[in-house]
Design a protein around this ligand. Structure first.
Ligand SMILES: CC(C)(COP(=O)(O)OP(=O)(O)OC[C@H]1O[C@@H](n2cnc3c(N)ncnc32)[C@H](O)[C@@H]1OP(=O)(O)O)[C@@H](O)C(=O)NCCC(=O)NCCS
Length: 136
């Protein structure tokens, strides 16, 4: 099966949403395309159909975050996600890489060279939306 990989190519919100949906993820079609355009993203195509993507937000020198690594289930276990991760690791080589993973995916990222971070913290999206910042 020939998979074609691209980076920061022209994509549509509908293509993105279709891949998210295939993996059971719901995203807002109104902001997801903008979010990708504000990121460095890599894509994977089979017969001109978007089947997978991954994206990074980086300052280009020090810090890179990896987000939304998604492969359509029909195309999983073929090395596509690892190849996309390699593209991001090459692009931002020499920076710190950070990510958070969903249940069951830790060992995939281990295979991509990631190690557990004992000193990480975060605020989840819903909490940051509702957070009373002035009362902190
Ligand atoms: C997680 C995901 C991106 C992996 O994509 P994939 O294309 O199937 O992964 P690859 O085929 O590139 O796998 C590379 C290696 O990691 C292994 N691997 C893949 N998913 C794994 C998992 N969840 N746990 C452990 N190992 C995993 C593969 O067996 C393969 O091992 P190998 O190199 O020894 O053969 C994919 O399952 C997916 O899209 N899941 C739904 C969305 C999601 O949860 N994304 C991650 C959010 S944190």
């Amino acid at each position: 099966m020939e998979i074609v990989y691209k980076a920061n190519n022209i994509i549509t919100g509908v293509e993105l949403i279709n891949v998210f949906k295939s993996a059971g993820w719901n995203k807002n079609p109104e902001d997801i395309l903008d979010a990708f355009k504000n990121s460095y993203y890599v894509t994977a195509y089979h017969n001109d159909t978007l089947v997978a993507f991954a994206r990074a937000i980086s300052d280009g020198y020090h810090y890179t975050g990896i987000y939304d690594v998604i492969v359509n289930p029909q195309y999983q276990k073929k090395g596509i996600a690892k190849e996309m991760m390699k593209m991001l690791l090459r692009k931002f080589k020499g920076t710190y890489f950070f990510l958070s993973y969903t249940e069951g995916n830790r060992d995939f990222y281990k295979k991509c060279g990631f190690e557990d971070l004992p000193t990480g913290m975060w605020i989840d999206r819903e909490k940051s939306f509702n957070l009373d910042i002035d009362s902190l």
